[in-house]
Ligand binder design. Structure first.
Ligand code: 3HC
Length: 301
């Protein structure tokens, strides 16, 4: 079996209902995406009412923004809102054809969530993980049906980022793999098949870049200057602004996974640690000038 081979579209399974484990930053963006693009009921499950309600409120607010901008008709907005629900009951995910987890980025937490899900799901339900860097095979190990587990890694902000990394784990069957591609296409995103390796492709590179930029911070350059210095490279946003978007804690988890697996190319970063423990170090970032107002290179001429 080619671990990163093309899927067989004929064996993709229908997805008529989606469950999401978690209702946080990525989970709520995914709920909106699935409801909007796939027009199927989506239920998010989190541990308490506050989190569950917050996820639902995020969806309502984003829909309202799209309606206000004229991107969505009001009726369509109402329809999307009515497709998304949130709950604290695990059993409410039981009718889903696909459940994607977007919980805390720690292997044991995700394994626990998958094991718990198996107690309420039918054996056919596909279990996807939105992990940034962890081994999908390790996440599936020990489950009753590891063949249903697949990686489906969306990027933040979900509505804007066109890429999804699809990960075939050691036991993923053809149906789960093909369904992951079908879901990605239905969401109008581009799937890339990547190996089940630490950080897959994007985070392996991105975290290396962020690590080097954090190094310049430790050498004494300030955050805003380092961020701005890299605009001319053509990145859509400066690396520190991106770090703020992704969340320093998430970046820290990805860095830890890469260091544990790939070693000293991914050193610990006091600068990142300070950002995780002391949010106050964050600054208001200037946005990189858009294509309409390109970066001023006159000084270099
Ligand atoms: N969340 C949601 N939507 C956002 C946003 C945000 N943080 N920032 C901007 N947007 C939306 C805007 O509302 C706007 O929507 P509209 O077209 O409906 O009006 C659209 O994006 C374009 O925004 P702007 O014109 O203001 O700004 P840009 O042209 O600079 O685009 C961007 C914003 C798309 C966020 C762009 O800066 C970008 O691509 N940044 C890089 C993001 C990135 O690399 N993400 C990957 C992170 S790594 C990751 O997620 C992996 C994980 O595993 C760690």
């Amino acid at each position: 079996k080619n671990p990163v081979g093309a899927p067989d579209p004929d064996v993709a399974r229908p997805v008529r209902r989606i469950g999401i484990a978690g209702a946080g930053l990525m989970a709520s963006q995914l709920a909106l995406l699935f409801a909007r693009r796939m027009q199927v009921p989506v239920v998010m499950r989190d541990l308490d009412d506050v989190r569950a309600d917050r996820g639902l409120q995020f969806v309502a607010d984003e829909v309202q923004k799209l309606v206000t901008k004229g991107r969505l008709a009001a009726a369509e907005g109402n329809r999307i809102r009515s497709l998304v629900t949130s709950t604290t009951e695990l059993a409410d995910l039981s009718g889903a054809d696909l459940v994607i987890e977007a919980v805390f980025e720690e292997l044991e937490v995700k394994r626990h969530v998958f094991a718990e899900l198996e107690t309420v799901l039918s054996p056919e339900t596909i279990l996807a993980t939105n992990t940034s860097a962890l081994s999908v095979s390790a996440m599936a190990a020990g489950l009753q049906h590891p063949e249903r587990v697949v990686g489906l890694h969306f990027f933040n902000p979900v509505a804007q980022m066109p890429l999804v990394e699809v990960v075939r784990a050691a036991h993923t069957d053809d149906g789960a793999y093909a369904t992951a591609f079908a879901v990605t296409a239905a969401c109008r995103k581009s799937a890339v098949a990547v190996a089940d390796a630490p950080g897959f492709v994007v985070n392996r590179l991105l975290v290396r870049l962020l690590g080097e930029v954090l190094g310049s911070l430790e050498d004494g350059t300030d955050i805003a200057t380092a961020d701005r210095a890299l605009w001319p490279l053509g990145l859509p946003m400066g690396p520190f602004q991106l770090l703020q978007l992704v969340g320093p804690a998430v970046a820290g988890h990805v860095l830890d996974t890469l260091r544990e697996n790939l070693g000293s190319r991914y050193p610990t970063s006091p600068g990142l640690q300070a950002m995780i423990t002391d949010g106050a170090r964050f600054v208001e970032f200037e946005s990189r000038p858009s294509a309409a107002s390109p970066v001023d290179t006159s000084i270099a001429r």
